[in-house]
Structures are given as C-alpha cells and as structure tokens.
Design a protein around this ligand. Structure first.
Ligand code: PLP
Length: 387
C-alpha cells in the first residue's frame, strides 16, 4: 500500500519524549518542559484584530496560489528594508509556514540522485524533505570547536559532481548559533566556486541577541543573490506558529515553479491569515522587540545555570530560543539522558538524536523564568548525581 518514497521517511525522534512528558503531566506530575519549538507568547493583539476585520470584510475566499498580491508586495518591501534584498513581488510566494516554502523549493530544485549538503545538527525536516524529492541528504557534521558552524573547507570537502544545494539555517535550530558576515562570505565563495545553490532558512531572523546582526547570505553580492532562495515566515518573530504563514523569495523561474506546485497541492494560504501577516509587517514592531528582550533574559539565566553544571558544555547561543548542550562527558546517549532526567526529575529536553547528534540535547527557553529556575535546579541535581 505504501510508496517507496514515504517508507524512507523517519518518524520524528522527538515524539516519544514529548508523548511521555504529556502523559506525566496528565497524571498530575509537575513537569518542567524545555522542549518547546514555539514562542510561548500570544500573537500581538493588533494582528489578531486585523484578522477579525479581514473576516468581516469577507476575505474568506480562494486567492492566488502564490499569495495575496498586497502581501507579496509587503514582503518584497520587508526583504528590501530589513535584508537589503531587491525582489519584485512576483519573485515572492506565500506559503503555509516557512516549512512549505522549504518543501516546495526542494521539490522543484532537486533531481533524483542530487546531493544536498545539510550541516549537522540540522532541523529535523531537512533530510526528509530532500529524500521526498528523491535527493540524497549529505550531512556535514559541525562541532563545538567551530561553534557548530560549517567551515568553507568542510563544505568544499563534501562537494561531489552530484552536489546541487546547501541548506543553510542561521540563526540556527537546534544550536542557536548565528553566522556572521565574514563566515557567510567565505561560504558564499565556496558555493559559487562549486556552482551550487543555497536555500537560506531565516525563520529565526528577528531573534538575535547581544547586538548580533542577522545577515542574509543573499545580500552578499549579485552572484550569490542569484543562487539563493530565501525562506522566512511569521511564526517565530510574531508568535504566529499556528497561523501557517511563511514565504520564499528568489530567482523568478524557481519561484514560479514552486508556486505552481503549490497550486496543485494546497492552493493559497488561508486568505484571512495572510491579512494578519500583512498587519504584522505593517504594524508597530514594539511587541517583537519586547519578546526578544524577554527571550534574551531567559537565555542569560539558562546559560548561567548550565555553565555551572559539571559534565555539560555549550557555546553560548546568539540567536533563536535554543541552547545546544554537549553531554558526551556523561557517557550517556542523548535519549538515555533525556529519559532519565524526565523520569527522575520531571524535566523534558529534546534528545540531540532528533537533529542528527546523539551526544547533545536541545533546551528551549521559550518558557517562563519561574519554570527555567525550577527546571535548571532539577537538572543541576540530576547532573550532580551523575558526576
Ligand atoms: N525552519 C526551522 C529551522 C524551524 O525551526 C522551523 C520551525 O520550528 C521552521 C523552519 C518551520 O517554520 P514554520 O512554522 O513557519 O513552518
């Protein structure tokens, strides 16, 4: 009954722990969860209001598969203002979350057998998206020594005649690291030298701290601009995960093809949700700054705690809302570590295995400070008992 394509897809390795944490909660246990992949804030009120108005105005019908023209235009303006990228609105397509932009682009750019470079650890869906397109994910493993960033040398070494594309995610999930301009420039040179393409996943763009700047690799010159597809969305910046609005931008032929694919699969993104996204771009940005400040403070508290724990190591993250913790000194696998700390101390973390690395765990600080303090004290007790 099942196609070969779908049989190649792995179930999510995070589900087991999440399901267990939920069951423990349902049984009345006080679980501190650091597993969240989404902001814990509500969508700002002015965005919710904009959708109510859109509904009352009858923005409830089918729209163009590539998105509402007014939103495509606003996204093109945003990309110009925030990222220094010049696109016509037709070079932008609106998708069901950043995820669908990534998915559609991989579908239209990859031939069976093409190799796609994926820095590891990686966001869980990249390898599966590549496999679903008939491509071959080639993992390029990063390490703590290089701040979990791939180097130009690593990139060059991974290239073969079949390599077509690099999936680049900065700020990064799960490591929280942010590539700086010089690092991106060096990667761009290598990408152009080997005639590759880049899909730049910039979904955490707005969540950068300590004065760090998010740079889009596409902004680093005409040649790399021509070789880059930029993907982004509203979920993380505006606490709009459930709305499912994202977008992709890049060379016209590729965007047209990806929009065409969308026309035969999901059609347009929910019309009134697109009007909420429009309000997010055009309205006041104070809420976004406030959320970033709250995240930044939580990050500081969590990093301070983790740095006191023997056997754990980390590179203080500059973006997103994750901390990637090296626990290889404990001698446990990431799954064992997460299972033990959940069962014994009711703290939920995500095993690194889900992101292609069994010697790390991911902690999310998309939760309140009281939970962070309580959960970190418990984690410290667990780690202290291991030592
Ligand atoms: N890319 C990365 C790196 C993510 O972490 C996520 C969500 O967790 C996405 C893309 C998907 O974003 P969206 O909810 O807009 O589809």
């Amino acid at each position: 009954m099942l196609s070969e394509r779908i049989l190649q897809i792995q179930p999510s390795a995070t589900l087991e722990i999440t399901a267990r944490a939920q069951a423990m909660r349902a049984a009345g246990l006080d679980v501190c969860s650091f597993a969240a992949g989404e902001p814990d804030f509500d969508t700002p009120a002015f965005i919710r209001e904009a959708v109510k108005t859109a509904l009352d105005q009858g923005k409830t019908r089918y729209g163009p598969a590539a998105g509402e023209p007014v939103l495509r235009k606003a996204i093109a303006q945003k990309l110009h203002q925030d990222n220094g990228l010049t696109y016509e609105p037709e070079q932008v397509f609106v998708t069901n979350g950043c995820k669908q932009a990534l998915y559609n682009l991989v579908q239209v750019m990859i031939q069976p057998g093409d190799e796609v470079l994926i820095p590891a650890p990686y966001w869980v869906s990249y390898p599966e998206m590549v496999r679903l397109a008939g491509g071959v994910p080639v993992l390029v493993t990063t390490s703590r020594e290089t701040d979990y960033k791939i180097t130009p040398t690593q990139l060059a070494q991974a290239v073969t005649p079949r390599t077509r594309l690099l999936m680049l995610n900065s700020p990064n999930n799960p490591t929280g690291v942010v590539y700086c301009r010089e690092e991106l420039l060096a990667l761009a040179q290598e990408i152009l030298r080997h005639d590759l393409w880049v899909i730049a996943d910039e979904i955490y763009e707005k969540l950068v701290y300590d004065g760090m700047e998010h740079i889009s690799i596409a902004a680093l010159g005409r040649e790399i601009y021509d070789r880059t597809l930029v993907c982004n969305g509203f979920a993380k910046a505006y606490a709009m995960t459930g709305w499912r609005v994202g977008y992709g931008a890049g060379p016209q032929a590729i965007i047209t093809a990806a929009a065409n694919l969308q026309g035969h699969s999901t059609s347009n993104v929910c019309t009134f949700a697109q009007h909420g996204a429009l309000a997010a771009l055009q309205g006041p940005q104070e809420e976004l700054h406030r959320m970033r400040q709250v995240f930044s403070e939580r990050r500081r508290v969590m990093v301070d705690w983790l740095q006191t724990m023997p056997g754990l190591g980390l590179v203080p993250p500059a973006g997103a809302f994750y901390i990637w913790v090296d626990m290889r000194a404990t001698g446990l696998t990431s799954t064992q570590f997460c299972q033990q700390v959940l069962e014994q101390y009711q703290v939920a973390l995500v095993p690194g295995r889900a992101f292609g690395d069994d010697q790390h765990v991911r902690l999310s600080y998309a939760t309140d400070l009281a939970t962070i303090e309580k959960g970190m004290a418990r984690l410290a007790a667990y780690v202290g008992n291991l030592a």
